[in-house]
Design a protein. Structure first.
Length: 476
């Protein structure tokens, strides 16, 4: 754990193992923290905030710039660690390190753009001034699926704004968080500005984070279930709250789209990180006229995917995070199969060829998926592409919007009017139009409904860490 600039053991002296999900091997041990440690981390962040909050934007920008440089220099070693700990193929880890580093660079630049306003008054002898100040101590809770970029997406804007931070990383990926903390420490961030408590039992730490009056903001990325719980507790403490939660993305293929191009896009997107992405498509709506070509191409692509240890050259799909993830994916596929879905490829756990100690599920296509199947409503978080055939173009937006989630949606069409109408009518925070990567450090990312509150990235991302203060000034 990292508290007040030092790597320390937990107060109980206990540790827990970190596993490689591809092999089941133990990669290392980390301290198993609890409430006392969480309080010590907040003590350190609160004390450090006294001077950090009045550092100049130029100082903060320079430190972030240095952290970006170090992250870029250490990209290979970071990617290897991430693949060992989280499982995604090495190329995907390299991509994530780049994506994560980009938040650090973007917010190094944004730090210097925190400005205020000089505002008009109805009174001749009065002026108004409004300024932005850091909110204070930020408590962050992050997931395992993108263990570095989900962290820098919070850390970089919080630090750029002048906030200090306490982090609880996911229990499956604390080593990735440690490596990012090493970089920020080597970059020269002062002791106490960033603090981290690792734990195998998150609830007590979450309780401290959401009830300590010195914590001004909770930022969480993870499941809707846990996000709802933490947001309610943080709300009771009147902490500011941002929660980036689960999703159930529709992927609409209009009849005028090139079905082969759309299927290639769907295959590239759906099997990223073995489907363990919050923006992963969970319902592929394909117009009946395009269905045969689409399903053929998707099946062909999926047949060509190699599943295995992400360290092995040529592997495109890694393991799932743990046994319960395999069980969940398997149950959704079996439910769909029992209710009549076709399974042209995949549909089983993989254990042969040295995969028996890991958590591997075959990349799968389901056809004939219908609303009564569990997979139509519940987030899968696994390598399964459910294809739903539709007939009426006028109804497909309504079908796509028929979910409590609202994170990402995708549209394939060659018609500008269809694309823009869909963009405006889809009730999702992020829409890919003939595009499977609608994310960047420069743009807002976040959801509606059960997918969360708030935005990360872009100009909005730093606003989440700033408080507005107004002065009324009399000239009398
Ligand atoms: P999770 O909710 O189980 O865990 C997320 C984090 O919350 C972890 O650090 C975990 O230790 C912690 N946590 C769990 N219970 C807690 C409690 N009672 N108190 C405090 N902390 C607690 O989710 P996960 O399985 O790690 O991540 C997968 C989910 O995250 C998916 O639903 C996915 O869609 C979502 N996700 C969303 C985004 C986004 O930006 N919207 C990005 C990545 C992942």
């Amino acid at each position: 754990m990292f508290i007040n600039g030092e790597w320390i053991d937990s107060s109980s002296g206990q540790t827990f193992d970190v596993l490689n999900p591809a092999t089941g091997e133990v990669l290392g041990q980390v301290p198993d923290g609890g409430t006392e440690d969480a309080i010590a981390a907040i003590d350190a962040a609160y004390e450090a905030g006294r001077s950090w909050s009045s550092s100049t934007a130029y100082e903060r920008a320079d430190l972030l710039q240095r952290a970006w440089q170090l992250m870029t220099e250490r990209a290979d070693e970071l990617a290897r660690l991430m693949t060992s700990e989280q499982g995604k193929p090495l190329k995907a880890s390299q991509f994530e390190v780049g994506y994560g580093a980009d938040f650090v660079r973007w917010y190094a630049e944004e730090a210097r753009r925190i400005t205020g306003d000089w505002l008009p008054s109805g009174r001749k002898d009065q002026r108004f001034l409004s300024i932005k100040q850091p909110v204070g101590v930020v408590a962050a809770v992050t997931p395992w699926n993108y263990p570095m970029s989900m962290l820098t997406r919070k850390m970089a804007p919080a630090l750029a704004a002048g906030c200090t931070m306490v982090l609880k990383p996911a229990e499956a990926t604390p080593l990735s968080a440690k490596a990012i903390f090493d970089i920020f420490t080597d970059a020269g961030f002062p002791p106490g500005v960033i603090n981290m408590v690792t734990t195998s039992n998150p609830a007590p730490v979450g309780d401290v984070f959401t009830s300590d009056a010195r914590v001004a903001k909770l930022t969480f990325t993870g499941s809707t279930e846990v996000g709802r719980l933490l947001a309610a507790k943080a709300g009771a403490s009147l902490q500011r709250v941002s929660v980036e939660l689960g999703g159930h993305a529709p992927f609409i293929v209009y009849p005028d789209a090139d079905p082969l191009n759309a299927a290639k896009g769907a295959a590239a997107l759906k099997f990223l990180n073995a489907g363990q992405a919050c923006i992963s498509p969970n319902r592929l709506y394909v117009h009946r006229d395009a269905a045969d070509g689409f399903i053929d191409m998707l099946t062909k692509r999926v047949n060509g995917l190699v599943t295995g240890n992400g360290m092995t050259e040529g592997v495109g799909v890694g393991p799932l995070v743990d046994e319960s993830a395999v069980a969940k994916v398997s149950a959704q596929v079996e439910d769909a199969r029992a209710k009549g879905a076709g399974v042209p490829v995949g549909g089983k756990r993989l254990t042969a060829d040295g995969l028996d100690n890991g958590f591997f599920y075959a990349p799968t296509v389901l056809t004939g998926v219908r609303p009564e199947m569990t997979i139509y409503r519940e987030e899968t978080f696994g390598p399964v592409a459910p294809v739903v055939i539709y007939d009426d173009v006028d109804q497909v937006i309504e079908m796509a919007n028929d979910t409590n989630y609202g994170l990402a949606a995708y549209v394939y069409t060659q018609d500008m009017k269809t694309a823009l109408t869909a963009f405006e009518q889809l009730r999702f925070g992020i829409v890919g139009i003939n595009d499977v990567n609608p994310t960047s450090a420069a743009v807002p990312f976040g959801g509606m409904g059960d997918s969360g509150i708030g935005r990360e990235g872009g100009h909005e991302g730093i606003a989440e860490y700033l408080e507005t203060k107004t002065a009324g000034i009399s000239l009398r």
